[in-house]
Design a protein around this ligand. Structure first.
Ligand code: ATP
Length: 478
């Protein structure tokens, strides 16, 4: 809808001149010859901006200004003063006017002031909407997002929370896998028990067994009696993060617990019941890991009775305004700063960026901006260089066939790369070229591309994540 403006001035010529000056833009314009008429028209016309002459008979401008601001959803008021009466203008701004313009004014100045006011208004409205949405969102705990991709994640959380099925959460780093696991636990009947995370990638292979199963005194030199994560998670949830990085030896032991629901501490022979719900997460494609014999197929089916796929942030850019607003609020509070909003241009740049580190990267970026910001509004100049630069379109360049052949020869002729890794590198290169070509052909449409490739849509999405290909870059308008 075109923006609406009301011009409140007792002089016909003044109203006419202003209307004419603004006629180049597509505004809907209403007139009022005094404050009383304006107060009748505003609740019906719902203007975005009111230009209010301060010098009017019947009701003076300052009184009219106060009464307008008492209305429900008042417009932004820009007072119009005579030259030399800037003092009154400043006074009126203290009383709630948004800005002022002095007569006679320059037409361009009038247009700029109008445009700025409208931009400010849309920002304010957008923020109100976002705040309302954030309040509505409380039901999904710390998880923010209302895109259809996140809606289906919420849907899955609700469905699995009150069952004891094992859940596998897959997705790139920073997409919120752990938050989802915590939310499932919070909503389950095990909520009184503990949520115990174990990062299988960060605990060294030789320690993971004692971490998980605990130890009996003397199990190895200096070993004390100690409960492991499995016992800690009794009647609760055990979250096996980065399970794709777990060694094969350990996988066999975890499989046994999943099957038999019993385990022993290291160095012990008493069987302990495992009353634990298992949720696992990984950023790896376990199908490939199985193919490469790095992951047990039987374990895979045990841990993924239900799988939840976390969408990368670039595929749900519509959630970025809400996430940004949420993190701004969070970090303003933490760092005692007062930042009202981010400009539309700044927000657009955030929405256009590809976010390889997903929500974690966005969160860190916003914290940094909040700490460094000097004003109450964050704009594009406050954004880190890599985000502004990152929006320069990436082009996918693949090695020429000669180069590929050379690479191939090098791989074969040197003994540095194992057969397994060389095969993997080539399969990836092949997949990348093939998939990008098909995406280009279907202008980034994932469903059509998946059909052409003869694989399910979800598998293609997983592949795109893994190969760091952004399908949006191949849409028609690019
Ligand atoms: N939807 C979301 N709403 C709010 N915050 C989120 C969301 N997703 C992720 N975050 C935040 O981003 C950070 C990373 O989230 P989390 O650790 O859950 O991701 P992850 O996928 O488990 O990452 P990794 O694979 O690296 O362990 C956390 O600080 C989390 O609070």
């Amino acid at each position: 809808m075109n923006p609406k403006i009301i011009i409140v001035d007792d002089e016909y010529n003044a109203r006419f001149a202003m209307k004419k000056a603004l006629s180049k833009e597509k505004y809907q314009i209403e007139e009022a010859e005094n404050g009383l008429v304006a107060l009748e028209k505003i609740p019906v016309f719902h203007p975005d901006i009111a230009f209010l002459d301060l010098n009017m008979p019947q009701m003076d401008g300052i009184t009219a200004l106060q009464k307008i601001n008492e209305l429900e959803n008042p417009p932004l008021v820009i007072v119009v003063t005579a030259h030399g009466s800037e003092k009154i203008a400043v006074e009126s701004m203290k009383k709630g006017a948004y800005d002022y313009i002095a007569k006679p004014y320059d037409v361009e100045e009038l247009r700029i002031i109008t445009r700025n006011a409208l931009e400010k208004l849309s920002l304010v409205r957008e923020n109100i909407q976002l705040k309302e949405k954030i309040n509505l969102q409380d039901s999904f705990g710390e998880l923010i997002g209302e895109s259809k991709e996140m809606q289906s994640v919420y849907d899955m959380i609700e469905k699995v929370a009150n069952t004891d099925v094992t859940v596998l959460i897959t997705g790139e780093n920073g997409t919120g896998k752990e938050l989802v696991a915590r939310e499932i636990h919070k909503r389950s009947s095990r909520t009184k028990g503990k949520f115990v995370p174990l990062n299988c990638a960060s605990v060294p292979e030789n320690l993971i067994e004692s971490e998980l199963f605990g130890t009996e005194k003397g199990a190895f030199t200096d070993a004390r009696e100690r409960k492991g994560k499995l016992e800690e998670a009794n009647k609760g949830t055990l979250f096996l993060d980065e399970i794709g990085d777990m060694g094969l030896n350990m996988q066999a032991k975890v499989l046994r617990v999943l099957n038999d629901r019993i385990f022993e501490r290291l160095g012990g022979n008493t069987s302990i019941q495992a009353d634990v719900r298992f949720i696992s997460a990984t950023n790896k494609d376990l199908d490939i890991e199985i193919e490469e014999e790095n992951f047990r197929e039987d374990l895979y089916y045990r841990i993924k009775v239900v799988d939840i796929v976390m969408p990368p942030l670039r595929e749900r850019a519509t959630d970025i305004p809400l996430l940004t607003e949420h993190f701004l609020k969070l970090f303003c509070k933490k760092h005692k700063k007062n930042i009202e909003a981010i400009t539309p241009k700044g927000l657009q740049l955030l929405m256009d960026y590809c976010w390889p580190g997903n929500v974690r990267e966005l969160k860190n970026t916003i914290e940094k901006m909040v700490v460094l910001a000097d004003s109450t509004l964050i704009d594009e100049h406050d954004l880190p260089e890599n985000i502004v630069q990152g929006n320069v379109k990436k082009s996918y360049s693949f090695p020429s066939s000669d180069k590929v052949l050379n690479l191939w020869q090098n791989y074969i002729n040197t003994n540095k790369v194992s057969f397994k890794n060389a095969k993997r590198a080539f399969v990836r290169e092949f997949e990348k070229v093939f998939i990008v070509e098909k995406l280009k052909k279907h202008q980034g449409n994932i469903t059509q591309t998946a059909n052409t490739l003869g694989i399910p849509r979800q598998s293609l999405q997983q592949k795109l994540r893994e190969l760091a290909i952004n399908a949006r870059e191949f849409t028609k308008e690019q």
